[in-house]
Design a binder for this molecule. Structure first.
Ligand SMILES: [Zn+2]
Length: 205
């Protein structure tokens, strides 16, 4: 006769989900999610530096889910800001190949924002969301255009990635470089972006 099988005891760990989180901006553990019963959004806000973000909620949304969405948006916005700063630097340093990559990332980023704004519009039919979707779509198109334009100039040899040496020559004010610099005209860029970035309502989608 075999040994009696012991009844397997299942220990169910009662998970208690965290409700306070560390702020990506100031580093304090003071971020909480404020759920309002009637509204469709949760406000995630830091009690120390006041950085805040409205995120979507449903019946199952826990503070940790809202915090996750907040983190996604926070880093995406940071990345966008970092890339636009990088764009300026790359023009300055004549690093055109890298510039095409930055434009491609910026176009993707703007497309994601366009999509999100459009989803928001589908939900609430708020014309402002539609407007934002259109603006982001136009921004994405502009970046794609810039990417193509820089790539063409690179292919045709009008743009040449600077090496350390010719950055140095240029600093010496070499008159031979001037005509070349004029021929290598920047494509039109960032027509609407300054406006878009200047509009704070926009960044807090
Ligand atoms: Zn903070």
């Amino acid at each position: 006769m075999g040994r009696r099988k012991r009844k397997q005891v299942v220990y169910r760990r009662v998970r208690s989900l965290p409700k306070v989180f560390t702020c990506p901006k100031c580093g304090h553990k003071t971020v909480k999610a404020k759920k309002h019963a009637k509204e469709e959004k949760v406000e995630v806000i830091c009690g120390h530096c006041s950085v805040s973000q409205l995120v979507d909620k449903n019946d199952l949304t826990e503070p940790v889910d809202a915090f996750g969405d907040f983190i996604d948006i926070y880093y995406k916005d940071q990345e966008y800001a970092r890339l636009t700063a990088r764009e300026e630097k790359l023009w300055e340093k004549k690093q055109y190949t890298e510039l095409t990559l930055v434009y491609s990332f910026l176009a993707d980023n703007a497309n994601i924002n366009a999509k999100k704004a459009h989803e928001e519009y589908e939900k609430n039919k708020d014309p402002q969301d539609l407007e934002q979707a259109e603006m982001w779509r136009a921004t994405a198109a502009k970046y794609v255009e810039n990417e193509e334009s820089v790539r063409q100039q690179l292919d045709s040899g009008v743009f040449v990635d600077a090496t350390i040496e010719n950055i140095y020559e240029e600093a010496e004010d070499n008159p031979y470089d001037e005509g070349e610099a004029k021929a290598a005209e920047k494509p039109k860029r960032r027509a609407n972006i300054e406006e878009i970035l200047g509009d704070t309502g926009f960044l807090e989608f």
